[in-house]
Design a protein around this ligand. Structure first.
Ligand code: BES
Ligand code: ZN
Ligand code: ZN
Length: 514
């Protein structure tokens, strides 16, 4: 783990001599002029020379690494340009990832960041420190537990950087910056990034090594040392509790399902909890309505909704937020074994509604229906669910946005506010009575696929809505497009692999209920 800490800039000569290899200086654009904040005259000269030598501001935006720049006790200087478009915390996250990657490619184990130059224009230095820390630690994530040889190949690794370990990043603070606030920001950023990276690992681990039983065990292990209580139901209990959807989907598989409950009480018992529900499909073959073999291996990521709910609640517990939350993760495989659901089969959900399964590949909604009914029984303040639910959402929004479905105007506004803070891209999508109509059943109350073509993400959301008790505010997040392989858009996410989508937004949402 990379050490991130604060140091007073004025003390740097005495304190950190010979310890830091690279000084990172931010260069701001002021019209045609540039200004390197907190820099010495020597660096200003280096900058002028670099610009005179034909480098432009757009080169600076990518970062210019000056090796052996001769700046006092630093071996190298990294100039990073911030233009007028650099304005919010998501930009901080991305610039942090860029700096981390430049440290790797330039084999710099340690760096000192001139923090004054970074916080210019921001009101809250704690938040900037938090976002920067998140950016670095999220960018440093790697899933290589199953490589027996750690490769040193230059072409290898995500982000095209050679395999090189960065040890430390120091925020160099001027006397006027409150060190305690910055340290708090670092701590919060570390917790969030750690939890996102934990969820990513759950997502990246393949189906044979991350069964429902193992997923539940991982949640229990991770909760140790926190105030989080984890309860796990086995197949018998799931049956006894009349979770007909979760049980039905699991029957085609040789491994048993689990229902994972995570409870955290950070507020008075009387305060209604915020519920999070996540789809934990450890592998989705499609079942009898089997998927094409092309890219089927990606369906190990079908547990990301559940994995990310686990990560979000873990983060909420570790941040000690003053709020009560409950997480529900129904978890199973969807396989075409002898007892598998057959098209036409009818299942009975926890709330008594009957569902005809006309396509066994539309299984996510079947396991979520029981979890949403059960969550409703707890009379929560609100329910949020996350699921890699539909290919239709990927068609609509690609890997650019998570689709969000709710009819509740108040929580829609809260979601926009939370997403603005988290920096995650969320797009509000339609859900209305027409879509509910499309899901009405022929031989049962509901059908698990729409009777009409198109709008597959909305009809899926309308189906889920039938299991949320009226009066309880609810929003559904379809992360099918954003849960994995988003590195082409977000430089702090792996090019290939789980992203941890929606965890940061869920944490921000939870704060709005504190
Ligand atoms: N897990 C899939 C959704 C999915 C597909 C996510 C591709 C990411 C990429 C889900 O269980 C599923 O297969 N849904 C079907 C529903 C359809 C049969 C109504 C789909 O989207 O094709
Ligand atoms: Zn499916
Ligand atoms: Zn699925």
């Amino acid at each position: 783990m990379i050490q991130i800490q604060t140091k007073l800039q004025a003390k740097r000569i005495a304190d950190i001599k010979d310890k830091i290899s690279t000084l990172v200086v931010f260069v701001h654009k002021k019209g045609k002029k540039t200004e390197a904040m907190g820099a010495t005259a020597h660096i200003a000269d280096l900058l002028d020379n670099a610009l005179v030598e034909g480098m432009s501001f757009s080169d600076l935006k990518k970062g210019i690494f000056l090796r052996g720049a001769g700046e006092a006790q630093f071996n190298n200087v990294l100039l990073v340009g911030l233009d007028e478009k650099f304005k919010d915390l998501e930009d901080v996250r991305r610039i942090a990832a860029t700096i981390y990657q430049l440290m790797k490619t330039n084999k710099s184990r340690s760096s000192g960041i001139v923090f004054d130059g970074l916080i210019k224009g921001f009101k809250n230095s704690t938040e900037v420190a938090r976002a920067f820390t998140e950016g670095v630690l999220l960018a440093a994530y790697k899933f290589d537990s199953y490589k027996t040889k750690k490769t040193k190949d230059k072409k290898d690794t995500e982000n095209n950087a050679p395999d090189f370990k960065v040890d430390s990043i120091d925020f160099l603070l001027s006397a006027k910056t409150k060190q305690a606030g910055v340290s708090d920001g670092i701590k919060a950023g570390q917790i969030i990034a750690e939890c996102v990276n934990f969820s990513r690992k759950l997502g990246d681990t393949p189906g044979n090594l991350m069964t429902p039983e193992i997923l539940a065990h991982e949640a229990q292990e991770a909760a140790k040392g926190t105030k989080l209580k984890v309860t796990v139901w086995n197949k018998e209990k799931i049956k006894k509790e009349r979770f007909g959807g979760l049980l039905g989907v699991s029957l085609g598989s040789a491994v048993d399902p689990r229902f994972i409950i995570l409870e955290y009480n950070g507020a008075a018992k009387s305060k209604k909890p915020v519920c999070f529900v996540g789809k934990g499909l450890t592998f989705d073959s499609g079942g009898i309505s089997i998927k094409p073999s092309n890219s089927m291996e990606e369906m190990k990521f079908d547990k990301c909704g559940g994995a990310n709910v686990i990560g979000a609640i873990l983060a909420i517990a570790k941040l000690k937020l003053k709020i009560n939350v409950i997480g529900y993760v129904p978890s199973t495989e969807n396989m075409p074994g002898p007892l598998a659901n057959k098209p036409g089969d009818i299942l009975v959900a926890r709330n008594g509604k009957t569902v005809e399964v006309d396509n066994t590949d539309a299984e996510g909604r079947l396991i979520l229906m029981d979890a949403l009914s059960y969550a409703s029984e707890q009379k929560p303040a609100v329910i949020f669910d996350a699921a890699t639910l539909t290919g239709a959402c990927v068609v609509a929004l690609g890997n650019s946005y998570t689709g969000c479905f709710t009819r509740d105007k108040k929580i829609r506004q809260k979601i926009s506010q939370a997403a603005e803070k988290s920096g995650e891209a969320v797009w509000h999508m339609p859900i209305n009575d027409n879509f509910v109509e499309d899901m009405k059943g022929t031989y049962a109350d509901l059908n698990n696929i729409s009777s009409f073509k198109g709008a597959g993400a909305s009809t899926a959301a309308a189906f889920l809505e039938q299991f949320v008790e009226k009066g309880i505010p609810w929003a559904h997040f379809d992360i099918a497009g954003t849960a994995w392989h988003v590195g082409n858009r977000l430089n702090y996410c792996p090019k290939k692999g789980a992203s941890g989508a929606i965890i940061r937004t869920f944490v921000e949402l939870a704060k709005l209920y504190a």
